[in-house]
Design a protein around this ligand. Sequence first.
Ligand code: 5GP
Length: 197
Amino acid sequence: MTVANHTDNRAGRLYVISAPSGGGKTSLTRAVIARLGEGGRIARFSVSYTTRAARAGEVDGVDYHFVTREVFEAMIARGEFLEYARVFDRYYGTSAAETERWLDAGQDVVLDIDWQGAAQVRERAPQAVTIFIRPPSRQELERRLRARGSEDEAAIQRRLAEADDELAHADDYDYQIVNDRFERALDELTRIFERTA
Ligand code: 5GP
């Protein structure tokens, strides 16, 4: 049985949100989940598995499940991922079982994943709603990445290269939102969730 059959008939709805990092995706996603909760609608932010090292302040099991490459590759071999991607030397993936559990419970699940993962979800769960969040411009994205101050120049250059890669796939998504002002983008994102409930 494929995951497509699994996810599509479940009670909750699956959402995919992608954006170049530094695009404000995580804050927007957390804010929309909080806002929907005020109306009684439960949406879960899926916690991905990754082989990258935790950044300062990140908590295992909250921001990511941080695992070794051996563990991640064993999970791939057992078919445990709804989708996964390799970005440079790091793996990122979404647990199929965890996602299905929440969907079965009638809760919406929000995946914050890259374009490679989004393409796999589109194949396996065609009813998923996919949303791409764009920075107002590439210059603004670069400014935001530098303002974070958490990474060295090489890492920033790598993020910019990843961002270009990500932006090249924006047209594949059901919806695109420009994150020019946080509140405006949040309103737009909320409306998409309301429309697709
Ligand atoms: P970061 O290292 O900044 O936390 O994330 C880098 C990129 O990996 C982001 O674009 C994020 O959306 C993506 N990502 C995070 N988790 C997953 C996942 O489970 N699957 C896929 N395909 N991408 C992910």
